[in-house]
Structures are given as C-alpha cells and as structure tokens.
Design a protein around this ligand. Structure first.
Ligand code: ADE
Length: 277
C-alpha cells in the first residue's frame, strides 16, 4: 500500500487559509537552491498535504526565475507522491470559456531560459542523462480524479487539452497567438514546462488544473489578455478551484496507487543513461 501525500502548487488566490489549517511551515534548502516559498503543511480530508506558492507568497517571482527544480525537489523530499498544479491560462479555443477548467494531457514547449532536468552534469545534479518519454507527461489517473471532482461540483472541465507554455513574462503577439492555434494549442500559460517534466523525473504523479482566465489575443473581437482580466477571473473562480482541489485530494486517498506509483518510478530509472566509467 502506498501512503499518499499531495503537493499543491498554487498561484495567487490559493493560500493555505483557504485549503487547510496550517500544521507546520518549513523553509527548505535543496541541492538546487531554495524553493519559491516555505512549504505549508496541513491535511485535507485526513490526507497529508503540502502547499507551495509557485511565485512566492507575494507573487514576486516571474515565470522565468521560478526555481522549478527546487520546488519539485522540496515536494518530493517532503514525501509527496502526487502533485496537483493549479495554473491560470489563456484560452486558444472559443469553446474553452473563461472560468472553465482543462485537465491538460500534453504540451508544446516554447520556453527558452529554464533548467529542465535534474540530470544536468553539475556536481549537484542527478547522475547520467535522462531521456524521459513525454508521450504521457501528466498522470492520467490523477487527471481522471480532477475531472470527477469538477463533475461533483458541476464545474465545466475539458478532459483533454494541449498547453502551449511560453517563456513570458510578456503575453503573446496576435501573430503568435494565431500560430499557436494552428499548431494545435488549446490553452496557453507560462509555468507548465518544465514543472511537469521535473515532476516526472522524480516519479511524482503530476496533474494540472488549468483555469482559463482569458482568450489571449487571437480573436478578432473582444478584449486582449491583460493582468487585470486574469486576476479578476482567478479571483471569482478561486473558491471553485479550491473546492475541486480538496475533493480531488479526498479522491486520491481512496485509490490504490500500489501499482501506479512504482511503475512511474521504474519508467524514470529505466530511461537514464549512465556513463560506463
Ligand atoms: N496566463 C493566463 N493567461 C495567459 C495568457 N493569455 N498567456 C500566457 N499566460 C497566461
């Protein structure tokens, strides 16, 4: 039997007070530096959980400088088996309306400046070279539970979707936004990569609850994305996101992960090339 512990990576609007009563606050140091903030420990439906504010509690870290490696390492060190990542995103499709959720199943990586592997040849890095399969980056079992939780709360959730992850911090041009639609993107954000990749390298069951906040800027009519719009939609849907996340944690605890978690961890170690010397 695998004992589950759930890490929750949150953006703004998702704070500890709304999720659980705080048991412990832990400032950690990892071989890759400091996480974005202290780990906030608590329980949801009796399940141990750890909340980490991806951009820091004051939202002072822009997507490029978030230490994704330290964040994921810290959650793994804290004993997490699962990671639920809450993320705001722009919609590249008319039918994905602001306020809707998407349990994304794949991504297009448009980032350029981030450390995206623990196996980087540095003294603190993990040994060997990791060639991780990315045919299924997000845990399908955890995604299904997020979908079930959305259903229980009568919230619209698109079960699949391709996330385009851009470097930021600027939003896309109209030309880029239209190009991403042609490429097959459904939603767009600035944090999914390398977060999901690093979670996979550590054998964590990672799934994202992506909340559409805007239509980016590909539409001929309507307002282009801006921070005020993103914050306003996030704020008005924060309670819903919190309810969905709490229900998902309870659902995770009801599942038997004794095959899934070791399988995920094996698939990681099998894809490391170690040097012969
Ligand atoms: N986060 C929320 N909306 C976004 C958009 N349109 N582009 C990139 N990141 C976003």
């Amino acid at each position: 039997m695998v004992i589950v512990k759930v890490g929750i990576l949150g953006g703004s609007g998702l704070n500890k007070a709304s999720l659980f009563s705080l048991l412990k606050e832990e400032w950690m140091e990892t071989p890759f530096g400091k996480p974005s903030d202290a780990l906030q420990h608590g329980t949801i439906a009796g399940v141990p959980c750890v909340l980490l504010a991806r951009h820091g509690r004051e939202h002072s870290l822009q997507p490029t400088v978030v230490n994704y490696r330290a964040n994921l390492w810290a959650l793994r060190e804290a004993g997490c088996t699962h990671v639920l990542a809450a993320t705001a995103c722009g919609s590249l499709r008319e039918h994905i309306e602001p306020g809707h959720f998407v349990t994304i199943d794949t991504f297009i990586d448009r980032t350029t400046k981030r450390k995206s592997s623990f196996h980087d040849g540095s003294p603190e890095g993990l040994p060997g070279i990791q060639h991780l399969a990315m045919n299924e980056p997000f845990c399908p079992h955890t995604r299904a539970l997020l979908q079930q939780a959305c259903q229980e709360h009568s919230v619209t959730c698109h079960p699949t979707g391709t996330m385009v992850c851009i470097e930021g911090a600027r939003f896309s041009t109209v030309a880029e936004s239209k190009m991403f639609r042609i490429l097959g993107g459904d939603v767009i954000n600035m944090t999914t990569v390398p977060e999901v990749v690093l979670a996979r390298e550590l054998g964590l069951c990672y799934a994202a609850l992506a909340m559409a906040t805007d239509y980016d800027c590909w539409r001929d009519s309507g307002e282009a994305v801006n921070v005020q719009k993103v914050l306003q939609v996030m704020k008005s849907n924060a309670d819903t996101a919190i309810r969905v996340l709490k229900t998902t944690v309870a659902l995770i605890a009801k599942e038997d992960w004794s095959q899934i978690v070791p399988q995920l961890q094996d698939s990681v170690t099998m894809n490391v090339m170690l040097s012969k010397t």
